[in-house]
Design a protein around this ligand. Structure first.
Ligand code: PEP
Ligand code: MN
Length: 348
């Protein structure tokens, strides 16, 4: 349940409420909106839940108690009705009404490649740089990423461009190490339900981009987000990257309905990845524009300086010129859809 406090509620009222909730066997999580403070009570529902709700509603500093019957509570819209908005590094704020574009190669292949790509996407107006150092590959003989060397190249690319880094972490044992380089930790589709990893990243202070598993429902995806939130990490972004259907023409089936649906179900910002979502470079721009028209908070796009030579996901990478043209289209389209591009170089 979510307890909505009156505007006059004081800090000691909040403390009093949290003490009562503890006594009832709940954990409490605070959400401070612009006008209201909300307290989320989570935990196994006690048999006398209805009586507890009534007792809470009688407290002078409580305006209303809203039951949340879904499996996820802290990820539910009711917990933060105004929508989550937070900084992710380098002066970039997500959830503020402007579109944030994360661009870069699938994998970090070397210093020259990642620095050149970073410069190119920065020039075109990207806000953050992506690049995998640890790659979740379907087969064990495929390139698994440069690992620590890749992290060092990402650090060099950030120093060269100022772009904050989004990079994937695969293993709970690597979280602290990857967090030394990353500004945002990416949790990939294959790890959406890796619960020990979710818990470890939930305890980390960095923002997280949680990709949707390719056969996960919205409820499963939001429960995965709940693992992160319940461990205390509030800066969670969701990323739709295509789901598996019977269609074989595209690599995945990009579910753009996730944008309005997630906005209704949750307060978390929603990103779209049209690269993995289609698997074909020539479809990426159309789906990126459709995502912005649908109201996405941001995009994640694979860009390579020489797509044909890409070590991973070559078929879906667009080149710098294509990315530049897409960014110009988005600059024109965004304001018409209430999603102007986030300012480059910070929040000013
Ligand atoms: C990626 O972003 O390179 C990636 C592996 O994505 P996903 O987890 O969506 O397959
Ligand atoms: Mn990829």
């Amino acid at each position: 349940m979510v307890i909505i406090l009156t505007p006059a509620a004081t800090e000691s009222d909040v403390a009093d409420l949290r003490r009562r909730l503890r006594e009832f066997g709940y954990q409490s999580h605070l959400s401070r909106g612009e006008e209201r403070t909300l307290v989320g009570a989570v935990g196994a529902a006690p048999p006398n839940k209805a009586a507890i709700m009534e007792a809470l509603e009688r407290l002078a500093y409580v305006e209303r108690v809203v039951p949340i019957t879904r499996q996820y509570k802290l990820a539910a819209r009711e917990f933060n009705p105004g929508g989550s908005r937070f900084e992710v590094g380098g002066g970039v704020t997500v959830g503020a009404g402007s579109a944030v574009v994360i661009a870069g190669p699938c994998s970090v292949e070397g210093e020259e490649q990642i620095v050149a790509t970073a410069r190119a996407v920065r020039t075109a107006g990207a806000h953050m740089l992506r690049g995998g150092a640890f790659k979740p590959r379907t087969g064990p003989y495929h390139f698994q990423g440069l690992g620590d060397e890749g992290l060092r190249h990402l650090t060099t690319a950030r120093a060269a461009t100022g772009l904050p880094i989004v990079t994937e972490v695969l293993d709970p044992r690597d979280v602290a190490r990857v967090a030394e380089t990353a500004d945002v930790l990416q949790l990939g589709a294959r790890n959406m339900q890796n619960f020990p990893l979710l818990r470890e990243v939930g305890r980390c202070s960095l923002p997280v981009l949680l990709k949707r598993g390719f056969s996960a429902t919205y409820a499963e995806w939001l429960q995965a987000a709940e693992y992160l939130l319940s461990e205390g990490n509030r800066r969670v972004m969701l990323c739709e990257r295509g789901i598996r259907t019977f269609e074989e023409h595209t690599r995945n089936c990009l579910d753009l309905a996730a944008v309005p649906a997630i906005r209704e179900l949750s307060h978390l910002p929603i990103f779209i990845d049209p690269s993995h979502g289609t698997g074909r470079a020539r479809y990426v721009a159309a789906m990126a524009k459709a995502a912005i028209a649908a109201g996405a908070d941001g995009l994640m796009i694979e860009v390579h300086i020489d797509p044909h030579a890409a070590w991973t996901d070559a078929a879906q990478a667009i080149d710098s010129a294509e990315f530049g043209a897409l960014m110009s289209d988005l600059a024109a389209l965004g304001p018409l859809c209430g999603r102007p591009l986030h300012p480059v170089g910070g929040n000013d």
